[in-house]
Design a protein around this ligand. Sequence first.
Ligand SMILES: [Zn+2]
Length: 648
Amino acid sequence: MPVFLGIPLIGWIQMIIGVAVVCFVLVKYLLRPKKRKTSGYLIKNVHVIVGDGSEMHGQNVLIKNGLIEKITEEEITSNSAQVIDGSDMTLMPGLIDCHVHIQGLNNRSDEDSDRFLRGEIPNIFKERVLPYGITTVKDLCAPRHFIYKLRDEIRKGKIVGPELLVVGPNFTAPDGHPANTLGGDNPWIRKEMAIEVSTAQQVSEGIKELKAADVDFLKFTYQGGDYWYFDKKLQINKIDKSLMQQIIREGKENGLNTTAHVFYKEDVRDLLEAGIYGIEHGILDEALSPDDAIINLWKESGAHYVPTVNAMTYEKNPDYLTTNMHNLKLLYDAGIHIAMGTDNMLEMMGGEVEHRELMYYVEAGLTPMQAIVLATKNAAEHLGISDRKGLVHEGMEADLILLEKNPAEDISNIQFIDKVFLKGRIVYSQKVISSYNIPDYSYPPEVSVMKYRKSDNADKRIVDVSGFKDKSEIIHTVYTGDSVFSNEEYTVEKNLSCSSWHYSRPFDNTDLTAVKDGDYIKLTGTFKGKPQEKTFKIGDGLWYQMMDMAMPAFIASDEKQIVFYSIGTGNNRGAMGLGEFAAEKAGEETVEVGGKKYDCVKITFVLTAFSWAWTGLYWYDKKTDQLVKSGEKGKNAVKAGYQLITVE
Ligand SMILES: [Zn+2]
C-alpha cells in the first residue's frame, strides 16, 4: 500500500470521497428550493365583535406569535402570514366558561384516572370543546390526582386543549356535597374531590395544600338539606358558617379568591356578607323583585355571579330554570358582574352546552351582544386574566373564533364556526362539504312500491315511490312485526337529494321535521321526548336522508365514489347530528333472493369518521335500479340486512 505524507493511499481516497460528499450535500442544501416560510395569519376585511359590547367592520387582523399583533382598516402587508378572506365573516374572542367539570365520575382509582386523561381527554377537547370555540375553562371541582396533571400537560403542550384554570377539590361539610353525592359510592372520588372540614385547623391545612398545588381559586359548597343526585334523594350537610367565613378570609390572605356553590337566598346573603368573590348557580328558591335588599347587598359586595343556567336542566325542580333566568336578568340590570358558566360535564356533553347557555341568556332578556360579553370580557375579568384574554385587541392572546354568521344578530349563529384559533394556532377548521353532479333520476315505469323484510326476524319495510313523479315524494315505513316502528316522508330533488323530511316514531315520542333552506338544513321537533332545534350546513352537498334508497341516482352517475350527509336517528353518538357517509361502487355481483337471481351493482357505505368501524353493503338490481339485498360487514362476518320481497 503506497503511503503519502504518512497517510496510506486508501486513507487519501476515503478523505477525498468524504470531502466530496460533504461538498455535495452542502451545495445541495444551499441551492435547495426556497420554500416561503409562512407564520401567522392575516384575516382580511372581517367584521369584529370585540368582546366589550362594541363591533368594528372591515378590519384586517394580523395574528403572529400567538398574539393579535395588529387590527386596522388600513391594508396590512405581511409576506409571511397566511391570508384568510374574512369578507362576510365575523371574528370574536374565544368563549370562556367559568364553570365546567372535566373529570369522569366513573373513575375509581389513580390508574382509571390516568387512562381517562391519556385515552379520552385529548379527543374530548378535539371533538367536543375546541370546535365550539371554547378556548378557556375553569374546572370547579375535580380529583386532585387528575386535574393538576391535566393542567400541567396542557401548559406543556402535551395535550392540546383550552387553557385550564382549576380549584382542585372542594371544601365541604362532613357528608356534604360532593363528598356523599358524587363520592357517595366511590371512595376514590370522595377522597380526591372533597375536603370535608369541621374544624378551623382542617380549613387552614386545606388552604395550605391547595396553595401549594397552585390552584387559581378556592371553592366550597354552601348548601344543606335535600339534594337530588340523579334519581337518589340524599341529605347533605352545610359547612359551618364560621368555617365558611374562615375559608374566604384565609383564602384572601393567601392570595386566593373563593367561589361558592349555592342554591338558596339566605345562604347567598351569608356569603355576600362574608365577602365571597364568586356566587355559582345563585338564588333558585325565590324569584327576586327588583327592590329586594339582597340585590343592593350583592352590588355593594362586588361579588361576581356565574349563573350556570344549563345546570338547571339537571335539576328535579322545574322552577329552578325559570327562576334562575328571571334573577339573572334582574341582577344584570342591577349592574352585578356576571360571567358565563355552564356546569358542563365535559365527559358526557359537548360545546353545544355553552352555545345553549348563551341562548338562555338571550331568552332571559339580554341582547345577543350582552350575552357574548358575559362569555368573553366579563369571564376573563372574573378569572383575573383580562390583561391577555377576552377581547379582540392588539396585544391580546389570539384565542379567536371566525364565524360564517354574525352571533350579535342572532345568538344561535354562534354554532356556525368556520375556524377556531388557540394562541394563534388553528385548532379547528370547518370541513368542506363535498358536492357532485348527480344526473336527474326517474324510476322505471314498473317500479312504484318495494317491500322488504329482514332475513333474521319479522321486521319489514315498505318504500312507496309512486308519488315521486307528480309530487317528488317518497314514503318509507318500517314495521316491527305488524306494528309501525317508524314512518318517513321525503320530498326529494331530481337527484334524490332531500329537500324536506318528516320522521315519526311514536313509541319513543320522536317526531321530527327537517327542511332545506338555502345552504342549511333546519331540524325541529322531538327526539325521544326531548325538544330539538338544530341547523346543519349542507351547501351543495347531497342530503341522502333515505340513505340506501337514494343510491339509484348515484349508480346512474359517472361518479365512482360520493360523500353524502344524513341526520342520525338511532341510539348511537351520531343521533341528531349530520353524519357524513361515503358510498362507493364496488363492482357487480349476482345475488339470489327468494329463489330469484338478480344481476346487481354492489355499493358499500362507510361513516367517514369511523370508516374502520362499520361497512354497509348494498346490492341493486341492474334492471329496476332498486335495492335487492343489504347487509353489514362486522369484524368477522357479514350480517344480513333487508331482502327484497316484491317490486310492484
Ligand atoms: Zn358545578
